[in-house]
Write a protein that binds this ligand. Structure first.
Ligand code: C2E
Ligand code: CA
Ligand code: CA
Length: 554
């Protein structure tokens, strides 16, 4: 009855039969012809049992050259007697594409002769489609169809790689929220759309991204004098809302690659500062590099300079934001967020601080400081019989040190904090690196064995594949606030977030939504089955003292 398994040892047979319940299984002879498939395979591939026998491995892939070459590559690999595993695109008998996670195992006889190949496949179509959708969403702004910030970075880096010169123009609509005609969400959208239309007409053959509600970036080859003419153009082509013309002007900063700045971050930060200058000067104008770039460069240099002493003198603080269980409303944990207030520099937000710390190498020290603060607090609460979990953000740069895991455990030991009370948040970029570098994934596994949990932060904004979810010890997903932002205003996002929650749960993950700001959002997320909630609606980041007071420990 199991003729296709006839040369396989009986003790293996049982295992194989069990696997057949969960995987699509195909047997191939050494020429690549199909000799057997199970029912699961037939269901997905839409083949009938009679027709599929004798078809070849290659016929299960599309005729596309790239797909055929991929099939060839896999087959050659297996023919060397080595197993192969990965995600591939196949086509059904009806020519519809589907994606599988496929493992192919060559069956070799005792005399070293390859007898057949067994392939196990798991349908991944939904996951791949979700990923494609996520990528699409991360790349385009819904309201205007312009590039998103995420896509802008990629585009700028491509231009830089090609060494093409261009102007990076940051542009903001002046006094947007007090514009005449700004009555409702609809009129706001209308103004934005009409404005985008004017930008497209004026900056022909340029690339435009939306990076904020009323903030845009234009990549263009036009000269400064032409760009500066945009405000005149707006005067000549006014925007009408309900037949009333709305006077609109803009402020902007023009920074040139390669003359003024050589990196995406450099272009972005200096052009933002230049725009601020223009606004301070009364708006309706553009500023070029000069003063602006010096200000940012000076600020960056100053931040970098003062950072070490701020760490040494404990001028950094940590704020803690609660995350609750969506069902019971109970606090699940607090996320630790670094804070730095400097007399001269003002508030240095983590988004400004962390990239500089990654550059100058102090990220190791900052990470250790935040972890140590969180661990001390966790330990105090633990001793007061109020065990509370603390989550700490980690940068992949910290793990370039092959002994980072040992340091982390030492820090916990020093404050007598049980590792079970610490969670580390990593990004998709981190996961991607961890997959590439065994040292990072090994350290993660060690920490996980010691009791530390890992959560994937900013889910949906990275580009990594979903494979890391199976290979790395991650058991929590945090859906990025970008998605929660437009959850209740864009039908597409609503469906997407629902899909992300379902997907996370199907991978056995605990799914958290972050950046929850309204009751409406919280309600919908609960309805979709989200496990945890975090955001200003739930609670703002608070001080250590506030936590201690709330539970009466002193
Ligand atoms: P994140 O990990 O996504 O942290 C959440 C950020 O969103 C925090 O900003 C938090 O204050 C803010 N937030 C929380 N709820 C809401 C909300 O309802 N609406 C909005 N609009 N924002 C909300 P923060 O503290 O400025 O941190 C920014 C980022 O800096 C963090 O993003 C994290 O990636 C990084 N970061 C912060 N502290 C550390 C740290 O100690 N180490 C490392 N490596 N990165 C850190
Ligand atoms: Ca985080
Ligand atoms: Ca986040």
């Amino acid at each position: 009855m199991f003729s296709h398994y006839e040369k396989i040892k009986p003790e293996l047979l049982d295992i194989l039969m069990q696997l057949e319940q969960f995987y699509m299984v195909t047997h191939l002879n050494k020429n690549g012809s199909i000799t057997y498939t199970n029912k699961e395979f037939l269901e997905t591939s839409k083949w009938t049992p009679k027709r599929v026998i004798g078809k070849t491995f290659w016929q299960m892939f599309s005729n596309d050259d790239a797909d055929q070459q991929e099939a060839d590559k896999i087959w050659r690999h297996v023919m060397k007697g080595k197993p192969w595993s990965g995600t591939v695109k196949k086509i059904s008998r009806l020519n519809e594409p589907y994606y599988v996670n496929m493992t192919m195992i060559p069956v070799i006889h005792s005399n070293d002769e390859l007898i057949s190949v067994i392939s196990f496949e798991m349908d991944m179509t939904k996951d791949v489609q979700l990923q494609q959708k996520l990528e699409e969403i991360a790349s385009f702004d819904y309201e205007t169809g312009l590039m998103s910030r995420h896509n802008l970075e990629t585009t700028v880096n491509q231009l830089i790689e090609k060494k093409d010169g261009f102007a990076f123009v940051n542009i903001a609509i002046d006094r947007f929220y007090t514009l005449q005609g700004f009555h409702s969400n609809e009129s706001r959208t209308e103004i934005i759309k009409a404005f985008v239309n004017r930008m497209k007409r004026f900056f022909q053959n340029s690339q435009i991204a939306r990076i904020g509600v009323n903030e845009f970036v234009i990549l263009t080859n036009f000269g400064d004098w032409f760009i500066e003419g945009f405000n005149d153009f707006l005067k000549r082509h006014p925007i009408y809302i309900e037949n009333v013309s709305i006077p609109i002007s803009t402020s902007g900063g023009i920074i040139r690659y390669p003359e003024n700045q050589k990196t995406y971050t450099g272009l972005m930060t200096t052009s933002v500062v230049a725009t601020k200058e223009a606004i301070e000067l009364g708006g309706g104008r553009f500023t070029t590099l000069s003063t602006a770039s010096h200000k940012t460069l000076n600020r960056k240099a100053l931040i970098s300079q003062k950072m070490l002493s701020a760490i040494d003198h404990e001028h950094l603080q940590v704020a803690y934001q609660p995350q609750i269980d969506s069902q019971t409303g109970k606090i699940l944990l607090y996320e630790s967020l670094v804070r730095w207030e400097d007399e001269e520099l003002g508030t240095i937000a983590p988004d400004e601080l962390i990239p500089i710390a990654e550059e100058n190498g102090l990220i190791q020290r900052i990470g250790a400081f935040v972890l140590s603060e969180a661990a001390k607090l966790a330990s105090t609460l633990y001793k007061a019989e109020e065990p509370t979990i603390f989550s700490v953000n980690t940068s992949v740069r910290e793990f370039t040190d092959p002994k980072r895991n040992k340091q982390i455990l030492k820090i916990l030991e020093a404050s007598a904090c049980p590792p079970e009370l610490i969670q580390l948040e990593i990004t998709e970029m981190f996961a991607f690196k961890a997959e590439e570098e065994t040292s990072v994934s090994r350290q993660m596994k060690d920490l996980n064995d010691a009791g530390i949990k890992f959560a994937l932060d900013d889910f949906g904004t990275g580009f990594a594949s979903f494979r890391y979810m199976q290979t790395l010890p991650i058991d929590k997903l945090k859906i990025d606030k970008l998605f929660i932002n437009s959850l209740t205003t864009h039908e597409q996002t609503t469906q997407l977030v629902r899909g992300m929650i379902q997907f996370g749960k199907s991978m056995n993950m605990f799914v958290v939504a972050e950046g929850v700001e309204t009751e409406e959002q919280a309600h919908l997320l609960k309805e979709f089955g989200v496990d945890g909630l975090q955001g200003y609606y739930i609670g703002h980041p608070i001080t250590k003292e506030a936590i201690l007071n709330s539970i009466d420990v002193n």
